[in-house]
Design a protein around this ligand. Structure first.
Ligand SMILES: Nc1ncnc2c1ncn2[C@@H]1O[C@H](COP(=O)(O)OP(=O)(O)O)[C@@H](O)[C@H]1O
Ligand SMILES: N[C@@H](CCC(=O)OP(=O)(O)O)C(=O)O
Length: 378
């Protein structure tokens, strides 16, 4: 496959893992609560993708809107504590709605509520990653939203486009599909300009796209502006983004089959390369692991995770989630990555098979010292 194919619509038909974001403007039936029939239709399409073996993580808005209906409120409150209350009430309805629809297909869902802090703090980032990776591995569909009840204005994502992109980064999804109430990104806001034209595709980093993307309507939060920013964020880990109308019949399956619906925003780099660059370039290392010859070989030749059994020595003071350097027995640099155990715990695990971790530490964070997704060979 050529680089162009990887970054075009073919990236969608070949995707193994996808984040689908459904926005408030689409979900909420013009402010009259959740559009349950439409939600059922998207769930049917996601279930079909799932049957094809694609891992789907759903980022769904709608908690505040659903809560307003349940509380009998007709206008969106301005005060933070009222928004928090509405979200707490509405998130129940949202979860229930998805659970019932996925159950028709014999699929289990999981409610995952995240805050900004969960993804910026490395330890919590790794915890969120392990939990989400475990859920998709169990073939469960995570239904993710911002934890609106505990966030305040200063520390919120606010819109779910950003949250969707960060989840795509976290799980290294191949694609981010943003479903909204417009056919895609236009060269002007179609609500105000009847001559606005759909942009079929572009580079996620193109500043000209950010310039045409405006704010949201009465129900949504960020508008196109946050969707274009989300595409730029998702591109960092190599994901392609599609912004499209969720009202198009069979939208999700057609997009994932590579049909030219909505706006495709391509990353400049192929998947993995962006993530590996980030790992290699961004963080300082806080410690060193000395690997035996067998571990050096599998890391280099197979891109494997690093298991404690292949580690001979630990130095430095590092904590779970810190960047550590891996060297061979002669001290030559082999790899670096984000470690799953702190220095003291890692020292106790040296040379041990992973099934002994629980007996040695009394708990298991992960079977590997560094997961291959968090490791870059130098
Ligand atoms: N260039 C543009 N192309 C399309 N829509 C735009 C553009 N600029 C602003 N918008 C607005 O963005 C809205 C979608 O964003 P938003 O209301 O936040 O929806 P959601 O809740 O789905 O995230 C559209 O209804 C539209 O009015
Ligand atoms: N977390 C909020 C949704 C925020 C929101 O509306 O975002 P968006 O769908 O991107 O416009 C909720 O569930 O009500």
């Amino acid at each position: 496959m050529s680089k162009d194919q990887i970054l075009g619509r073919d990236a969608l038909s070949g995707a193994r893992r996808v984040v689908i974001k459904i926005g408030s403007a689409l979900l909420t039936n013009d402010g009259r609560g959740l559009d349950e029939a439409a939600i059922g239709g998207w769930v049917d399409q996601i279930a079909e993708l799932h049957r094809q073996g694609v891992e789907v993580l759903l980022v769904s808005s709608g908690a505040v809107a659903a809560g307003m209906v349940r509380l009998g409120w007709h206008t969106r409150p301005g005060a933070v504590h009222e928004l928090q209350a509405a979200a707490a009430v509405g998130q129940n309805g949202l979860t229930q709605c998805y659970e019932q629809h996925f159950a028709r297909h014999g699929l289990v869902t999981a409610q995952v509520l995240l805050t900004h802090d969960d993804l910026s703090n490395r330890k919590r980032y790794l915890n969120a990653l392990s939990a989400l990776r475990t859920l998709v591995g169990l073939r469960v569909v995570p239904v993710i939203n911002e934890n609106d009840t505990v966030v305040t204005d200063e520390i919120r994502f606010g819109d779910n486009d950003t949250l969707g992109a960060l989840v795509a980064n976290l799980l290294e999804a191949d694609a981010l599909v943003i479903l909204t109430d417009q056919e895609g990104l236009f060269d002007a806001d179609p609500r105000h300009d009847p001559h606005a034209k759909l942009i079929a595709e572009g580079d996620a980093d193109d500043p000209a796209l950010a310039a045409v993307a405006g704010g949201g309507g009465a129900l949504g939060r960020g508008g196109m502006s946050t969707k274009v920013q989300a595409a730029r964020l998702a591109a960092r880990s190599g994901a392609v983004t599609v912004i499209a109308s969720g009202r198009q019949p069979d939208a999700i399956n057609r997009i994932m089959a590579g049909e030219a619906l909505g706006t495709l925003l391509r990353p400049e780099q192929a998947p993995m390369a962006a993530r590996k660059r980030w790992l290699a370039g961004q963080l300082q290392s806080r410690g060193t692991l000395t690997l035996d010859a067998g571990a050096v070989k599998v890391l280099r030749s197979q891109g494997s995770s690093l298991l404690p059994v292949g580690v001979k020595a630990v130095s430095g003071e590092f904590r779970r989630g810190d960047m550590v350097l891996c060297v061979d027995e002669q001290g030559a640099r082999v790899a670096k990555g984000l470690v799953n155990y702190g220095a003291e715990e890692a020292g106790r695990l040296l040379g041990q098979p992973s099934h002994q971790i629980a007996a040695i530490l009394g708990y298991v964070e992960a079977p590997e010292l560094i997961h291959r997704d968090n490791l870059v060979v130098l």
